[in-house]
Design a protein. Structure first.
Lengths: 398, 520
């Protein structure tokens, strides 16, 4: 299941197990390639897709997400040395958000770690990282298997996602807590459902065998008929994640393994992930470098900015009150639910304190006429969008 | 279990570890040296191999002992006595006159070759002077430099510049190419070329055409700059060198314990705080210095789990597979080598008829086979030292190449066959030697690994090639003797500058420890 067939190997891009449905649903022919797979940027209208995830149910084909199965007697010890957080605190049948670093304490990638069973884990990441996983396995008795192709995945996100999935037959799903997982029978097999997602809202991710992919898709859209279900592409998901304040590889940081120029990586501290780093759990890769950074101070600060006006501050320089450039925006979007113009930015230390007066230098064009505005920014504490329903258990099921 | 505390624990009592211990003990630190075997000296060892016969079981000639280290540790007062110094190197020919190299002069070749060798020798001496400057200090870190590194770089750059334009260009040119090309540039005599290239490949998984062999040659000829005209045979065998280092360390105040194998480096809060012996005994220390090779140190004693993954990968990829076997023969009489006068038999003898013969012998090693016609460096120490064998009897010691550590058929199966090939090769050069043999011992890299605890049986603790030499030895992240584990230092052949009985790595390491661990 994991190796490519002869036909597939000759294709430039791969198709996910949902491809026949995705192709049919995608009316605007807006594609891009994610980890070798054809993926929809949008299906019909980015705004409608975004609002499906915020007001109904948005469905995102997550299959290209790289999935590694990590098993063996040393699996937990191995992961604890790989990750900056203490994975021993992730209970069985729970999921943990995590990042992993290189020796210099620069972030390789972020992802979710599924504790499936005793010394049985699944790591989901945006980027491929088999090389680093294998290198980290020296001295450990672990087996690492790339099961990206063996596991099809859908993100089902939004306030009606629980209702939709219950109508699909996943009875009792409302009791599933955030970052927990549960298996539900489907056809002659089962579907693993985790209460996780990238939208910052109530939502679930479905993990299943590829042979069930089309049946699940059909059943899901049938069940969601009255719950405002809609497939969503990466663009809509992008707005949702910026609104929720989540970072993304290649947007907000360059994976350490891909950095060519020395010093262009970012540490967990420089991505606002201090809370993940656990110096008390024993050794992990990057620990010494991160300890040094904690002592000497970071180079950058990650901030979420509330930018005045409604022009997205994409790629903008951030200036201080004296007009000096102190950083730049890594991702930005007008966020309709928060009704705010949000930017995620990387600022040189010490800039980005709550009281700092900052401006985003935004360029935009109207009928080939370029305009530059200096939009005042406010450093936000916490994400712009964080509704109680995200955590509420039992989940709301209107 | 008992627990004790000292300032510095040194793992292993090889000559570098002992040098390091001696320098540290001189500063008043309480230094405990722990040796797994029953004698100090590591691969500078003498032992019995047959009834009444003793031999240097590891290194057998002293070629590049650093005179500064020898002087500072007063090794001659501690029992290091040469039995013969400034040996000539004699390249044997089975049916022709041998070529004899003594210091800068050569006999048995054309006048043109004689002049060329003198030029070659003199230039290499100038190169060795530059290298000496590189060797006697921790080399600058290339990525995260501090002021000390920058100063070092300037000084090293200046020492290169001072060579003058021609020499500097030559050094930068030959430094990266192979000894085969360089020997062909200079000489006509096949035997002379073979003798020169042997010095580039001894101990290395390389043939004369392999890159890095010129660097290997220069490395081996550091002794020329130190004022030696050739190798030295030590009275009592190389074990006497090990003993001298041990006495020097003890005289400085270090405490040496043999039969005390270290099982692990103790870590607390990711810092080295001592060692646990195989017996379970714990010795705590402010500083742990490892004289074990890098792979043994980091994989076995520390454990990859306690290191960053990238660093562990570098250590794993450090090339350390020995290709040299050691032959010991107890002989009923002095063997007669064709074309060799009896008074020449005590010199350093080479069996390497041509560069192509060495290259062909090496080819087999690439594919996990031993050489059917191996090349050798031979010493008959009993001609200078009667303490090693009964009167009238002799000991022959030879480094034999190529014998890859990972022999495809396995050494258990291959050792007998290889010994036969080795004896057949010797017979070609010294007809009748087989009948003189009273006892024979062949140590394969596997045996050397077991005897000396060197990973892969590699006497340099790892290949000396430019990608793992100088500021990259053993690997980036541990190149200045300090390691990623606070409190843990390296001091032996696996560190800059490398192996051979030199003592420089031990001294450099001690200096770094003194600088970094003022309180220890």
């Amino acid at each position: 299941m994991n190796s490519l067939s002869r036909d597939e190997a000759q294709q430039r891009v791969l198709q996910t197990p949902f491809a026949p449905r995705v192709r049919k649903a995608c009316q605007v022919n807006d594609w891009y390639t994610w980890a070798g797979y054809t993926t929809a940027n949008s299906y019909e209208d980015v705004g409608l897709e975004y609002f499906a995830a915020r007001n109904g149910t948005g469905v995102f084909d997550l299959s290209p997400m790289t999935k590694y199965r990590i098993t063996g007697p040393d699996a937990e010890a191995y992961l604890n040395r790989l990750m900056v957080r203490d994975v021993r605190k992730i209970a069985q049948r729970r999921v943990g958000y995590t990042v992993w670093c290189n020796d210099e304490g620069m972030v390789h990638d972020d992802g979710t770690l599924f504790h499936l069973g005793d010394n049985d884990w699944r790591l989901c990441a945006q980027e491929r990282c088999m090389d680093w996983l294998c290198c980290s396995a020296l001295g450990y008795d672990v087996t690492i298997e790339d099961e990206t192709r063996a596991v099809a995945a859908l993100a089902v996100q939004g306030p009606t996602s629980c209702a939709t999935l219950r109508d699909l037959g996943f009875e009792g799903l409302q009791h599933l807590k955030p970052f927990a997982m549960q298996a539900f029978p489907f056809a002659d097999g089962e579907v693993l459902v985790s209460r996780t997602g990238f939208t910052g809202d109530l939502g679930y991710e479905l993990w299943l065998e590829p042979r069930h992919a089309l049946d699940i898709w059909d059943a899901l859209f049938e069940a969601g008929k009255h719950h405002m279900i809609r497939p969503m592409g990466s663009k809509a998901l992008g707005i949702a994640r910026i609104e929720a304040g989540f970072i993304m590889a290649w947007e907000d940081f360059v994976p350490a393994e891909q950095v060519v120029r020395h010093g262009r990586g970012r540490s967990p501290f420089e991505l606002g992930l201090d809370w993940l780093v656990d110096f008390d759990k024993g050794h992990f890769t990057g620990r010494a470098a991160l300890l040094r950074e904690r002592e000497r101070g970071s180079r950058y600060r990650f901030v979420r900015l509330d930018v005045e006006g409604n022009k997205p501050a994409e790629h903008s320089f951030i200036q201080n009150a004296r007009g000096k450039v102190v950083g730049h925006v890594t991702s930005a979007a007008w966020c309709p639910t928060a009704k705010r113009n949000i930017a995620l930015a990387s600022l040189k230390m010490p800039w980005g304190r709550e009281t700092d007066v900052l401006f985003a230098e935004i360029y935009y064009t109207r009928e080939l006429h370029w305009t530059r505005v200096l939009a005042p920014c406010r450093v936000m504490q916490g994400p712009a969008f964080d509704p109680p329903r995200r955590r509420l258990t039992p989940a709301s099921d209107r | 279990m008992t627990e004790s505390r000292v300032d510095v624990v040194v793992i292993g009592a090889g000559h570098n570890a002992l040098a390091c211990a001696a320098y540290l003990a001189k500063t008043g630190r309480r230094v405990q040296v722990l040796e797994a075997r029953s004698r100090p000296g590591g691969a500078a060892a003498t032992r019995a191999f047959a009834d009444g016969f003793r031999v240097s079981s590891g290194a057998h000639l002293l070629t590049q002992l650093n005179p500064g280290v020898a002087r500072e540790l007063a090794l001659d007062n501690h029992g290091l006595v040469p039995a013969a110094a400034d040996l000539s190197t004699i390249a044997l020919a089975p049916d022709d006159q041998p070529v004899v190299i003594s210091g800068a002069s050569v006999r048995g070749v054309s006048a043109a070759d004689q002049a060329a060798y003198r030029r070659f020798h003199d230039q290499n001496k100038r190169f060795a002077k530059v290298l000496d400057g590189f060797f006697n200090r921790p080399l600058p870190s290339l990525v995260q430099r501090n002021w000390r590194d920058n100063l070092s770089l300037l000084q090293l750059g200046w020492s290169l510049k001072r060579l003058g334009k021609d020499d500097m260009q030559d050094l930068l040119r030959v430094g990266l190419i192979n000894i085969y090309d360089v020997a062909n540039e200079h000489f006509d005599s096949a035997l002379l070329k073979a003798a020169v290239s042997m010095d580039g490949v001894l101990g290395a998984h390389m043939g004369p055409r392999s890159p890095n062999t010129v660097y290997g040659y220069l490395y081996r000829h550091m002794g020329d700059y130190y004022g030696m005209q050739g190798p030295t045979v030590v009275r009592g065998g190389m074990g006497a060198v090990g003993q001298a280092f041990a006495h020097a360390a003890e005289a400085a105040g270090a405490v040496l314990r043999c039969d005390a194998p270290v099982a692990e480096v103790l870590l607390e809060n990711c810092r080295a705080v001592g060692v646990r012996l195989a017996s379970g005994e714990v010795i705590r220390a402010g500083v742990v210095v490892s004289g074990a090779d890098p792979k043994t140190t980091f994989n076995k004693l520390v454990g990859y789990r306690h290191l960053d993954a990238g660093f562990a990968r570098r250590i794993e990829n450090f090339r350390a597979r020995g290709v040299s076997a050691k032959l010991h023969l107890a002989l009923d009489g002095l063997p007669v080598f064709t074309g060799l006068r009896e008074d020449q038999a005590g010199q350093r003898l080479l069996i390497a008829p041509s560069m192509d013969a060495i290259e062909l012998a090496f080819n087999h090693a690439k594919y996990g086979e031993f050489s059917p016609q191996p090349v050798m460096e031979i010493s008959i120490p009993t001609l200078h030292d009667d303490s090693l064998a009964p009167e009238g009897k002799h000991v022959l010691s030879a480094i034999v190449q190529f014998a890859p550590y990972q022999l495809r058929q396995g050494w258990a199966a291959g050792k007998e066959a290889f010994l036969e090939q080795v004896m057949a090769q010797l017979e070609r050069y010294a007809p009748g030697i087989g009948e003189q043999v009273l006892a024979a011992e062949l140590l394969t890299p596997e045996d050397l690994e077991a005897e000396f605890g060197m990973h892969g049986g590699h006497w340099h603790h790892g290949e000396i090639a430019l990608d793992q030499a100088l500021m990259m030895r053993p690997v980036p992240g541990a190149q200045q003797y300090a390691t990623p584990v606070p409190g843990l230092y390296l001091c032996s052949a696996g560190s800059h500058p490398g192996g051979g009985v030199m003592g420089v790595a031990g001294r450099n390491a001690a200096r770094v420890v003194m600088r970094e661990e003022k309180s220890a």
